[in-house]
Each structure stands twice: as C-alpha cells, then as structure tokens.
Design a protein around this ligand. Structure first.
Ligand code: DAK
Length: 258
C-alpha cells in the first residue's frame, strides 16, 4: 500500500517507478498529484534499494498539463498561500537520476515535469507544447527557463509565443529528449534503460548529476572547482576501490552505493 491516489509506485531491480494515474483526464496534474510525485521522489531518494527513478504516465498521453478545472478560479493571493511552487522545487532537489518516459502529448505543466527529468525517452509521434499562451497565462514551473537552456532563445521564444506543438524529431534535434522509440516498446525500453543505469555505481551517478546541475548557473572555471570536489569525494567510497580493483582483477565490479 503506497497511500497515493493520483500516482502508482513500485520498485524493481534498483529502479523505482512513478506512474501518473489519471488516464481518463490525460494525466492532468492536479495539486495532489504534484505533491504525491514530490513525496514519492523524496522517499525513493532516501531508499537504498533505489538507484534510478523512472517517471511515466498511464494511458495514451503522458500529461495534458496542469488541471485547468482546478486552477481556473485561482487568484494571486490564493496561489501565494498555497505555496504550490514548493512541490515543484522539491522535484528539482532530487539527487538520484530521473528518467522520464513520455508518449502522446506532453503539454504545459506536463512538459515542465518532463523537463525536470534528467533524461527523456519519447515514443515516436509524441508532441510537446506550452499551450499556456492560449489560456492567457504562461509557464510557471520552469518552462521558460529549461526550454531556453536546452533549445536556445530563438526556438524557445517561437514555441512559447505560439504554443505550437514540437514533434518528437524536433525535440530530439533541439536536445529536449534523449531518444525516440516505437510506442509499443516505450515501457520495455525505458525500463531496460533505467535498469542498465541502476547497475552503475550510485554515488557516481549522484555526484555526476550534482556537478552537471552546477553548469546551469556557474562559470566553467567555478564549475570545474565544484567538479573536482565531487571527484575527490568519490575516492572516499568503497565503490571506487571495488571498481578499480575489479578492473585490475578482470572481473565485473559489485557496487554497493557506499
Ligand atoms: N486539465 C483538466 N482536464 C483536462 C486537461 C487539463 N489540462 N486536459 C485534458 N483534460 C481532460 C478533458 O477535460 C477530458 O475530460 P472529460 O471531459 O472526458 O471528463 C479528458 O481530459 C480528455 O480530453 P479531451 O476530451 O479534450 O480530449 P481531446 O483528445 O479532444 O484533446 C487535448 C486533448 C490535450 C488536446 C485537450 O484536452 C487540451 O487542449 N487540453 C488542455 C491542454 C492545456 O492547455 N494544457 C496546459 C494547461 S496550463 C503551476 C505550475 C504549472 C502550471 C500552472 C501552475 N504552479 C506551480 C502554480 C501549468 C499550467 C498548465 O499546464
């Protein structure tokens, strides 16, 4: 019993799965769902059985964005009092790698959630968009920042101004996703990929993610100083000893995440 009502969770072979579970509403993200996603991610981040998280959506659409019914009567004071951005911020603090598997439509807040993942695998024919402009608003959970960082100002502004859909091929070309697979094998391929990642030394994954995150807001020089500290830190791990010993002994390493 997970205690969640908007998502399903499970753990298998080092991979924790979080599945958005409102397929009839195209996995529209209500506040409870975002909070459950953040709770599940934090709990998996602390769970020693978990090396990698795989985030996906049940049904034919990954997510059609924030739940419009829920937010249509919002006002700034209500939004401020809800302090809803905190849940989105919690998602960005997760230390373990998050792989996203997306299909169908990835819209608005659903696109922002996908962009919060570290790696994205997309089914062919998936379409991505920020349709907020059609609703008289704009992305509010990192969309303008993350899309611009990945695709550059020129394309980001075009897509954000028009709300037009981005094909999976374009998303791949503009560094928004990592790979495209056929829809019928999305689940199998993304799970296989996440399980392969889960075989790597967990501390290396964690500190690589941490160092790469620094690149978003530091100079190369400062980032390299930061990288160096993480590099040193790994020499304090059993996995560094085991990894190098196994190489010399010509055998497969057994990593333990310590
Ligand atoms: N919200 C609520 N319900 C939605 C929904 C949404 N975003 N998208 C789809 N649904 C529901 C529909 O109402 C319908 O439910 P029933 O009527 O059957 O009960 C069901 O899902 C199927 O949708 P359709 O009947 O419309 O199906 P179609 O295939 O004809 O069209 C569609 C699918 C995805 C093209 C269409 O439903 C659509 O345009 N949906 C809205 C897409 C959209 O504009 N998304 C962006 C929302 S704005 C924040 C953080 C983030 C955000 C906001 C605040 N804070 C931290 C404060 C993010 C904002 C957004 O994402």
């Amino acid at each position: 019993m997970s205690g969640y009502s908007q998502i399903q969770t499970s753990i298998e072979a080092g991979v924790a799965r979080i599945e958005l579970d409102r397929p009839q509403q195209y996995n529209a993200l209500n506040r409870k769902m975002v909070s459950e996603i953040a709770n599940a991610l934090e709990s998996f981040d602390r769970n020693e059985r978990v090396a990698v998280v795989l985030l996906s959506g049940r049904g034919k659409v990954f997510s059609a964005g924030a739940d419009i019914d829920e937010m249509m009567n919002d006002n700034p004071i209500h939004l401020e009092l809800l302090n809803q951005f905190t849940d989105w911020d919690r998602i960005t603090k997760i230390k373990k790698p998050i792989v996203g598997a997306v299909q169908g439509l990835v819209l608005g807040g659903g696109f922002e959630l996908a962009l919060s993942c570290d790696l994205l695998i997309s089914a062919a024919k998936t379409e991505f968009a920020f349709p907020e402009v059609e609703l008289g608003v704009m992305p509010g959970a990192g969309g303008t920042q993350r899309l611009t960082k990945l695709a550059g100002r020129t394309k980001a502004l075009e897509w954000l101004f028009t709300g037009e859909r981005i094909s999976a091929e374009e998303a791949l070309k503009h560094n928004i996703i990592n790979r495209i697979v056929q829809p019928e094998v999305l689940e199998e391929e993304s799970l296989k990929f996440a399980m392969k990642l889960a075989q790597k030394p967990p501390l290396s994954l964690r500190l690589i993610k941490d160092a790469v995150n620094q690149a978003d807001h530091t100079s190369v020089e400062e980032g390299m100083q930061y990288e160096r500290k993480n590099f040193y830190l790994l020499f304090a791990s059993n996995d560094q000893k085991e990894g190098m010993k196994a190489f010399v002994e010509k055998r497969k390493p057994r990593f333990e995440g310590r």
